[in-house]
Design a protein around this ligand. Structure first.
Ligand code: WT7
Length: 639
């Protein structure tokens, strides 16, 4: 199906019969020791299973219905209940000993440390929530957050949620046009940013990018700026305010009532790239999302009070939303958040922190593992990694070679690897092992309790075991996206129209004879670069916004470390001559508009792009050609 299927197929073939049984030491004390019995129970009565999990958390008032499917595919969970996710993340812990437990340990790239107990975090969040209220932010208002990885980022998210405002976090690696588009679509009233961010020893000029984006976005009335780098930035009188000044005002009181929300009220929107056009605002809600992420983190990573959890993702993507910010706090865990890159200044950075903080669970992306693997075992071997109990992987398929390295060199063959498959849209882990499940390198094993997934053909019929097909989800789950904010038709069209009643993931996969799922890759126009999700359409529109460019096509080609890398095919306007300088200018232009991660590795000038007779670019043909693979069925090619 996909040009790279053959490569992945060979990996799967080699690893399909390589079984790693669960570790008795890990299972002995785990929340879940017997997968089958709970899976059977959850399959027979998913609503009962989720309702029981929901009762482990606090609700202002109970639901009268667990699942309402009367307006499919607009499913509603815990209907009629009143709740606020922040009440369960913070307020709830103020009544117990956890109030003095560490919630967050933050380390900067330079090695500075800041820590927050649950009490201290609750106080900061309450203070900032009061600041937001004093600036006129109310329930339902949208707030764009564009920051580096600093503690004020989760504080800002939680403060919004506490007062019922909808946060829209834009990843700090995005740039002007990507930021502008997201502010404009969400109609945000307020933006929160930093003067800059440190990454890889360099400074990312966040405020400058925000200023440029705001020239194109009129809805934002105020900008709150967190001081991080201390470098001089432009502060527009009447619009821009320093976070630290506001937090020093009497209005920034440490007590703030948590807003009573309906279980189905929006919590946040998060933009993600889809099949065509602009990125879509995936909407998550307070109630079901809370239950889904709490349950999955607790069971899959077996979170206990004594754990030190480290999700090494960026809070700006869904992994960070669910599993850096919300779920660890719901579980009452202690988390580490690290500001910088894994290899700066040296590739010992991660292992040093595992040793220093006694990290027990590390959850990371395959691209980071492969990046660190390149530097050899000597780096991790210099550190005591014996505190580790479980490892995790997320964001793209992990190749068995990287899996084995992670298992042997980092986990010392003691720590099971939870390879969690999920998406921005699913909100929570969907296909994932548990510590009590036997592993195969590169497989996410089976769907989580209460989730039904399958692999189907073009007509929606299940394919034979071992055959590649479309990965679909067959039943609703509590943390599922509720809609595309402002565009419900697109929600239906994108996810529920190819096969009515089945949720389309956009991934291709296969299932083996043990019922284990193997993800192959995206079958739509989404490219995963270093685990980051980008749309070909966004990259192409950035290219076409450059005056000399007439048309462009972007594709992702397999890459050893990054998973995929971007190649762009560019057709120039008449009278424009291709040159190496122009290619470099175009790369920089994409970087300036979209962000460094979207910069094509290579720009290839062409006279013509392969298109269907209806004018759609056939990226599959470009990809096969670039990889030297057979080009497949060309009957729809125009010429
Ligand atoms: C896409 C979703 C899930 C949080 C981060 C990414 C790919 C994700 C895995 C995995 C194979 C994976 C899929 C999916 N993906 N996790 N464990 N194995 N592929 O969220 O940015 O919405 O991307 O990431 O292709 O559809 P996202």
């Amino acid at each position: 199906m996909l040009p790279e299927s053959a490569v992945r197929e060979a990996e799967i073939h080699a690893a399909e019969h390589e079984l790693y049984p669960p570790s008795p030491e890990v299972v002995r004390s785990a929340w879940v020791q017997d997968w089958e019995s709970i899976a059977r129970r959850a399959e027979a009565d998913p609503e009962g299973f989720w309702a029981e999990r929901a009762l482990e958390l606090e609700w202002f008032s109970p639901w009268n219905q667990v699942l309402d499917d009367s307006e499919k595919p607009f499913y509603r969970w815990f209907v009629g209940a009143k709740v606020n996710i922040v009440h369960n993340c913070l307020d709830r812990h103020m009544k117990t000993w956890r109030k003095n437990k560490l919630a967050l340990i933050w380390e900067s790239e330079k090695g500075e440390v800041r820590t927050f107990s649950y009490f201290a975090l609750n106080r900061e969040v309450s203070k900032f929530a009061n600041v937001l209220k004093s600036m006129g932010i109310r329930k339902g208002d949208r707030v764009t957050i564009y920051m580096g990885r600093v503690p004020e980022l989760p504080i800002a998210m939680l403060a919004c949620a506490k007062i019922g405002a909808i946060h829209s976090v834009v990843y700090g690696g995005f740039s002007v046009e990507a930021l502008h588009g997201r502010i404009e679509d969400s109609q945000s009233k307020l933006a929160i940013t930093c003067d800059g961010a440190f990454l890889n020893g360099k400074i990312v000029e966040l405020k400058q990018i925000m200023d440029e984006a705001l020239k194109r976005s009129p809805t934002v009335e105020n900008v709150i700026v967190v001081k991080r780098t201390g470098r001089e930035v432009n502060m527009e009188a009447g619009r821009d305010l320093w976070y630290h000044d506001l937090m020093g005002l009497p209005i920034a009181n440490g007590k703030c009532e948590t807003e009573v929300m309906d279980a189905e009220d929006p919590l946040y929107i998060l933009y993600t790239s889809g099949t065509t056009g602009k990125p879509k605002a995936v909407l998550h809600v307070h109630g079901g999302y809370m239950v889904g992420i709490y349950t999955t983190l607790k069971y899959v990573f077996d979170i206990k009070d004594e754990d030190r959890w480290w999700c090494a993702a960026d809070p700006g993507w869904v992994t960070g939303h669910s599993y850096i910010v919300y779920a660890p706090l719901l579980c009452g865990a202690t988390s580490l958040m690290y500001e910088g890159a894994p290899t700066y200044p040296y590739p010992n950075r991660w292992w040093q922190m595992v040793e220093k903080y006694g990290i027990t669970i590390l959850y990371a992306a395959p691209t980071a593992i492969r990046g660190l693997m390149r530097f050899g075992e000597a780096w991790p071997n210099r550190y005591d990694l014996s505190s580790l109990r479980l490892l995790g992987s997320v964001g793209e398929p992990i190749n068995p070679e990287a899996w084995r390295w992670y298992y042997r060199v980092i986990g010392k063959e003691r720590c099971p690897i939870m390879d969690t498959w999920w998406q921005t849209e699913t909100g929570m882990f969907m296909i994932t092992p548990l510590p009590c499940v036997a592993l195969k390198p590169g497989s996410g094993t089976r769907p989580f309790f209460g989730i039904q997934a399958d692999v189907v053909d073009e007509e929606g019929k299940p394919v034979k075991n071992g055959d590649e097909g479309y990965l679909v989800i067959k039943t609703p789950w509590p943390a599922m996206l509720r809609t595309i904010y402002g565009d419900p038709d697109r929600y239906v069209e994108q996810y529920w129209s190819k096969y009515p009643g089945l949720y389309l993931t956009g991934d291709s996969a296969k299932k083996d004879d043990d019922g284990y799922f193997w993800i192959i890759g995206r079958v739509d126009d989404v490219i995963k670069v270093s685990g980051y999700r980008l749309g070909t359409a966004e990259i192409e529109s950035a290219l076409v916004s450059y005056p000399a460019v007439a048309e462009a096509a972007a594709i992702g080609l397999p890459h050893d470390v990054r998973g995929h890398t971007i190649y762009a095919y560019v057709l120039l306007k008449t009278g424009q001559a291709p040159s190496d300088d122009l290619a470099e200018t175009l790369r920089l232009h994409v970087g300036h508009e979209m962000g460094p991660i979207a910069k094509p590795e290579k720009i290839i000038f062409v006279d013509k792009l392969p298109k269907t007779r209806s004018g759609k670019i056939m990226r599959r043909v470009l990809k096969a050609r670039a990889m030297g693979l057979p080009e497949g069925d060309l009957t729809t090619l125009e010429d």
